[in-house]
Design a protein around this ligand. Structure first.
Ligand code: TYC
Length: 103
């Protein structure tokens, strides 16, 4: 920023406008021993709009490996999806968790 001198007018001049790409965030689903496989598939279809086949594949991947990337979004959408997962899981008294991580 610099002040404009000479004309009498005072306004800020931004010399360089550096616009950063908005970051992307992974929603990562975590395995647990209590949430049913059917419920996880249901969540993946409902919240993340996965097909039944894709939802089943992601669920099994998380079940076997402990965690797995479900989808990548801008920050606020990733947060909202994670909240929806937690809220639906709480309603059904499942301990299903997901976390949001920078890509
Ligand atoms: N491990 C769970 C079971 O055997 C199923 C499960 C899969 C739970 C993925 C959470 O993110 C998860 N019932």
């Amino acid at each position: 920023m610099a002040e404009n001198r000479g004309s009498g007018a005072k306004f800020a001049v931004r010399r360089t406008e550096k616009l950063k790409e908005p970051g992307k965030f992974r929603v990562i689903l975590l395995n647990d021993d209590y949430t049913t496989m059917d419920f996880v598939v249901e969540i993946l279809m409902l919240v993340f709009h996965k097909s039944a086949e894709e939802a089943g594949r992601i669920m099994m991947d998380v079940h076997c490996k402990g965690r797995g990337v479900v989808a990548v979004y801008p920050w606020d959408i990733a947060q909202t999806k994670a909240e929806q997962v937690h809220s639906l899981a709480r309603e059904r008294q499942f301990p299903l968790r997901c976390v949001v991580e920078p890509e």
